[in-house]
Design a protein around this ligand. Structure first.
Ligand code: PLP
Length: 405
């Protein structure tokens, strides 16, 4: 596909952005104005290999023709009514999610944070109804990331996300990830749930050990705790299974999704087993735009394509290839790479030095990567990325490693 030069240059867009947009993001000095598959172009026409994929959102690549077509078709039929009425694509997407998971009911939101808010509310409501009003505490993990709303930043086990926003919500406790004894020791009379990401994304690509997560699920069953899995980043095929929990042979009570579910349309989903979902009654939770026509029409198409093309299996295969290549690079550049870890196409490279400086150097050379904390560089290509693009991305990455970091 040819690149079209934007009417405004990178510089003009970022100058206007600095003037009019609140300064909440540490942004790179480019504006991406076009995309196709795993390539994007900035406003000055420079091409990049995209291994960010909107931070695990555009898992089918940019402007997938079938997703674009589904959105277009839906736009022409109906864009908004309200959740006062049944929304056909919402119902159809819920059916597909339920039929392909171990959950029974879905609540749709607009983002990952909102899906997690719903999970936190449902866990509290369920425990109050089933046990007593005093059982409301949720145990989460250090280095976790659950969002930026007040409840989800409280759930997030990272001080840098919470700093400046006191008082935080009551009823959260944090334990180290992958440490079963710490978790078991933290459970008390007030505990109602354990919430974690099977693979921590923002916290540095930390994969839950199989034995650990199985023991956590068992502990939850024994102590009447709900197991809430945040699969906002690691769900939807990213780790090599449709949902990351499927690697572990466990059945959580609640799971949240967002990001790749809409391939770029704003969508979040909270799935629960019937026994728990039944604790929400009309009036307990709502969202004007949650499960809207455009997002769910896109979501339906995304899931249909992921299943039809078996993209989770492709992610597993391509993920193994990339991990092998990165391990080879680690052998060649041991002074730059400390560790390569991940699952499927959620890959982290722990580096000696600043992750951000590597990300910047790669961007200058035409490869988009993201940092997960100060020491980890993340590879998150689209699940359908082709081998030629992967090889080009790895070649650019190696060129970066050859330089002084
Ligand atoms: N949960 C996880 C695991 C995430 O990675 C993120 C975003 O990165 C969120 C929740 C928050 O999602 P959103 O930014 O859509 O609110």
């Amino acid at each position: 596909m040819g690149m079209k030069v934007s009417v405004m240059s990178n510089q003009e867009i970022l100058d206007a952005g600095k003037k009019y947009i609140m300064n909440t993001y540490g942004r790179f000095p480019i504006a991406l104005t076009q995309g196709q598959g795993s390539r994007v172009w900035d406003a000055d026409g420079k091409e990049y290999v995209d291994f960010v994929a909107g931070l695990a959102v555009t898992s089918l690549g940019h402007c997938h023709p079938e997703v674009t077509g589904a959105i277009h078709e839906q736009c022409q039929a109906l864009v908004h009514t309200s959740n006062l009425y049944w929304i056909k694509p919402q119902v159809e997407l819920a059916k597909m999610l339920v039929e392909n998971s171990d959950f029974d009911k879905v609540f749709f939101a607009n983002s990952g944070a909102e899906a997690n808010e719903g999970a936190i509310k449902l866990a509290r409501k369920h425990s109050k109804l089933k046990f007593c009003s005093d059982k409301y505490e949720i145990i989460t993990m250090s280095k976790s990331f659950h969002g930026r709303t007040m409840a989800t930043l409280t759930a997030t086990g990272q001080e840098k996300v919470q700093k400046g926003f006191d008082p935080l919500l009551e009823g959260f406790k944090y334990v180290p990830f992958n440490d079963y004894e710490a978790l078991a020791g933290a459970v008390g009379d007030k505990t109602c749930a354990v919430m974690l990401e099977p693979v921590q994304g923002e916290g540095g690509v930390n994969v839950a050990d199989k034995d650990y997560l199985q023991k956590v699920a068992k502990l939850c069953r024994e102590k009447d705790l709900l197991l809430i899995l945040d699969e906002v980043q690691c769900g939807m095929g990213r780790t090599g299974r449709l949902f990351a929990y499927q690697h572990y042979g466990i059945k959580p009570h609640i799971m949240t999704l967002a990001k790749a579910l809409g391939n770029g349309t704003a969508i979040g989903a909270m799935l629960a087993v019937d026994e728990v979902a039944g604790s929400f009654q009309p009036g307990d939770h709502a969202s004007t735009f949650g499960g809207n026509y455009l997002a769910t029409a896109a979501g339906k198409k995304v899931l249909e394509i992921m299943l039809r093309e078996n993209l989770a299996a492709k992610a597993a295969e391509m993920g193994s290839y990339i991990m092998e290549e990165l391990s080879r690079l680690k052998g060649l550049y041991p002074d730059k790479i400390a560790e390569v870890r991940g699952l499927g196409l959620l890959i982290g490279i722990e580096v000696h030095g600043e992750s951000l400086s590597i990300v910047k150097k790669a961007m200058d050379k035409g490869l988009l990567l993201s940092a997960a904390g100060t020491q980890v560089v993340r590879f998150l290509p689209a699940l359908n990325v082709d081998l030629e693009t992967v090889k080009l991305g790895l070649k650019i990455f190696e060129e970066v490693l050859k330089e002084d970091l």
